[in-house]
Ligand binder design. Structure first.
Ligand code: TNX
Length: 766
């Protein structure tokens, strides 16, 4: 047995939201900290942690101090306090912005910094008190959004019904036309493949598909040729008693048809006789993954690409850099990953989002080597997915800024002053005071420095070389451009000198010039410019934001996240498209898949623009003139592969349906919900996807338990003896008498026995 005193300090941490009703835009919280170690913790300790909720320093209980370090990192101390004795508890209250109604709002990633510079000790996340009282469950007194509890879900699901087999589409996203005539054709593992030129890649996918079937014959023909539907992604699929003929307008069309074929074939090789004619509604059907806030391994990325391909998504927006991480090795600038891809206590970036003090084990550390990045590009290419890399400039750039500061210091120390300045991204004399949305104070590049242009050119050159190595064209590079905090640049002597020299009076002109330089650098490399909506909007003479006509053009790709966010309820995407920009709709209210699926304390994810259910993506009515749609997986809460998959799915299918399927004034949610419950979720189970299993809706009325599910067909099990449900528990079909029962527990269960969040109903004692 290990003696506790050998294993270092142990601190039990509990956190509770006391109330969101203290004011409209602040809440009160309590931290309870107990020294569970055998030894006292010497006076002068600091307890650091992350929280997305800005703590108001002046509200902290007397005797304690909580300082904002930077970003989401805070430091709690006890100025003048004595040693922290074994068994001793510190209880302190504080207030913070804006509210806390879910686990995502709790602080996390605690670590102890002992006095006198001892090594940091990771303590993990707190025990979070359940959010039960109204003042814990709602953002403020005026928050009328109901909690997504069992009764609420029951009402939401009540309009759904189980459709007859023939009423449920077989292909997702729904194709333009699919007619099945009855009868089957059987494909076996040894089926013959006849194909034309240029389809080796598609033949490989077909072989892999056939390899999963039982032994047997059959015939599949793959060809590139004319099809009835328009566009290079179109395909036609004919299944008759002679075999399968799949024709695509291009290899990509054939690939799309293979995804449909894979959905049609059952595990015994049976295919329905019939014909499919299909083509996408939008050219751009994307997913964005942010690997900066939390790193995702190569395997996790490849899995996401596989899933995207299965649902005919064709653009992967790879958010590679942000304040909290730079994830791609750039040979010429080793600090970018040596410093910028590591988080923890040390010569690297500070812990964020609970990533902890230990650099090596931190979920905030990691990057792709050049070879790994090429692997990702090739994997995407084989699936006809274009990878759009994003390097976020000039804000959201702290990882790069910090890394280049370290590089600067290294070269200054060797006396190489010119070399030191070569890639510096910040002005050492900058006194600008600003705070970004994510609470950083130093995350904006000093855009008047020529070294910033050199940096961009060096990075773009390196990235272009990786694309060449992967034999993939680099057509578009996303430069971010979002959320630059007001106040940046105004205190920088370098920026001020540049503005004087050009006769500019507003930092806006400096920024416009920077963006023009960026576009020129990209143009020299033959790459089109992309950015978030901020890059395409500019204030009119009256100060109101509007599309920047000077920049408009199809080679300018703008990603709209704040649709409706222009003043006067104007539709930003429509206006930008009308102005001539190439617009991708990526709006927070329907397509931010980092948001919580529903308003529930245990549902992970942000919700600053609302809660986003699968139906929100499915129901989206895209703005006129857009090139396509994209789902966003911002990474603050993507702390593991399981979490990534939980957040992505099944919303990704709602996105795919809306982006591919023909426009439909009345999208049939019931049919789609049946398709998910009966076809697609079981298919995802076969690949071990950790999609979100919706907890059942349930209520008890007159002693009868009634339950339902968001996706008809999904297994719904219950117990009445207090045990947690599993696949062996009774499966709910019809209302059940629960007279005399004290506790009912329900869960959705997938075809492999994976259990959703458990729903517990405490019944009145009889
Ligand atoms: C806003 S909207 C961001 C990201 C965050 C995200 C979290 C936009 C372009 N930027 O930096 O990760 O919200 O939901």
């Amino acid at each position: 047995m290990t003696d506790r005193s050998d294993s270092g300090p142990a601190i039990h941490i509990a956190w509770e939201c006391l109330s969101n009703f203290i004011r409209d835009d602040a809440f009160a919280a309590r931290l309870v900290l107990r020294n569970d170690g055998a030894a006292p913790i010497a006076s002068g300790w600091t307890l650091c942690f992350n929280t997305c909720r800005k703590i108001l320093a002046e509200t902290v209980s007397a005797g304690y101090a909580i300082a904002h370090v930077n970003g989401d990192l805070f430091a709690l101390s006890m100025p003048g306090g004595g040693a922290w004795l074994p068994g001793q508890t510190h209880t302190l209250d504080y207030e913070a912005l804006h509210w806390a109604i879910s686990i995502t709002d709790a602080p996390l990633g605690f670590y102890l910094l002992p006095a006198q510079g001892g090594a940091a000790v990771d303590l993990g996340d707190p025990v979070i008190a359940p959010f039960v009282r109204p003042e814990q469950r709602h953002r403020n007194r005026g928050d009328a959004v109901p909690t997504a509890d069992a009764a609420w879900r029951f009402t939401q699901n009540a309009a759904l019904s189980t459709l007859p087999e023939a009423g449920v589409g077989r292909i997702t996203p729904r194709p333009r036309s699919a007619r099945f005539t009855g009868g089957q054709y059987r494909l076996g593992r040894d089926a013959s493949i006849v194909h034309g030129a240029g389809l080796d890649n598609e033949v490989r996918f077909l072989r892999a598909l056939l390899a999963d079937l039982p032994p047997g014959k059959g015939a599949v023909t793959l060809a590139i040729g004319p099809v009835t539907e328009p566009g290079h992604e179109a395909y036609s699929l004919d299944i008759n008693d002679q075999g399968v003929v799949l024709r695509g307008a291009s290899a990509h069309g054939v690939f799309n048809g293979l995804q449909s074929l894979a959905q049609l074939v059952s595990s015994d090789g049976a295919l329905p006789l019939g014909a499919v004619q299909d083509a996408p509604r939008y050219a751009y059907r994307g997913m964005m993954l942010d690997v900066a806030r939390h790193f995702s391994s190569v395997d996790t990325v490849l899995r996401l690409l596989d899933c995207m391909a299965a649902y005919k998504l064709n653009r992967f927006h790879f958010h590679l850099t942000d304040d909290e991480g730079w994830r791609l090795a750039i040979g010429a600038l080793p600090e970018l990953t040596a410093v910028g891809a590591q988080r923890g206590v040390g010569d690297c970036l500070p812990p964020s989002f609970g990533s902890g003090a230990a650099v090596d084990t931190s979920s905030g550390s990691g990057f792709y080597t050049a070879d790994q990045f090429v692997t990702i590009l090739r994997h995407a290419k084989a699936r006809h997915i274009d990878v759009i890399p994003e390097f976020n400039l000039p804000g959201h750039a702290r990882a790069a800024v910090e890394a280049m500061r370290v590089r600067h210091a290294r070269l200054v120390a060797t006396g190489d002053l010119a070399g030191a300045d070569e890639y510096l991204l910040s002005d050492p004399a900058d006194t600008s005071a600003y705070e970004s949305v994510q609470l950083w104070h130093d995350n904006v590049m000093c855009i008047a420095l020529p070294s910033v242009d050199r940096f961009i050119d060096t990075v773009v050159t390196a990235v272009a070389a990786l694309y060449r190595e992967a034999e993939v064209p680099l057509k578009v590079l996303h430069t971010g451009g979002d959320e630059v905090p007001g106040g940046a640049w105004v205190g920088s002597p370098v920026c001020q000198a540049s503005m004087r020299a050009h006769g500019w009076t507003d930092v806006r002109e400096l920024r416009d010039d920077f963006q023009a330089r960026c576009r020129a650098i990209l143009a020299r490399h033959g790459i089109a410019f992309a950015g978030w909506e901020e890059t395409a909007l500019t204030p009119r003479a009256d100060g109101v934001l509007a599309p920047d006509w000077r920049q408009a053009g199809r080679d300018f790709h703008v990603y709209v996240w704040n649709n409706g966010g222009l003043p006067h309820e104007r539709d930003c995407a429509t206006e930008l498209a009308a102005a001539g920009f190439d617009v991708v709709l990526a709006n927070a209210t329907s397509l931010y898949f980092d948001f919580a699926h529903a308003k529930h304390p245990l549902e992970p994810g942000y919700y600053w623009a609302g809660f986003v259910g699968t139906r929100d993506a499915f129901d989206l009515a895209p703005s006129a003139g857009v090139t396509g749609l994209q789902g966003q997986l911002w990474g603050e809460n993507v702390c593991s592969r399981a979490r990534l998959e939980y957040l992505a799915m099944p919303r990704l299918l709602g996105l795919a349906e809306r982006a591919w399927s023909p426009q439909d004034a009345n999208p049939d949610w019931n049919e789609f919900a049946n398709r998910l419950g009966r076809r697609e979720l079981p298919r995802l189970d076969r690949h071990g996807w950790h999609y979100r299993l919706p907890p059942p809706g349930a209520l008890v009325e007159n002693g009868m338990l009634q339950a339902n599910t968001a996706f008809p067909g999904l297994g719904l099990h219950y117990t009445v003896d207090g045990a947690d449900p599993d696949v062996t528990s009774p499966r709910y079909a019809d209302p059940v008498s629960v007279h005399g029962v004290a506790i009912v527990k329900l869960a959705s269960i997938d075809t492999h026995g994976r259990v959703s969040r458990i729903v517990t109903l405490h019944l009145e004692s009889p």
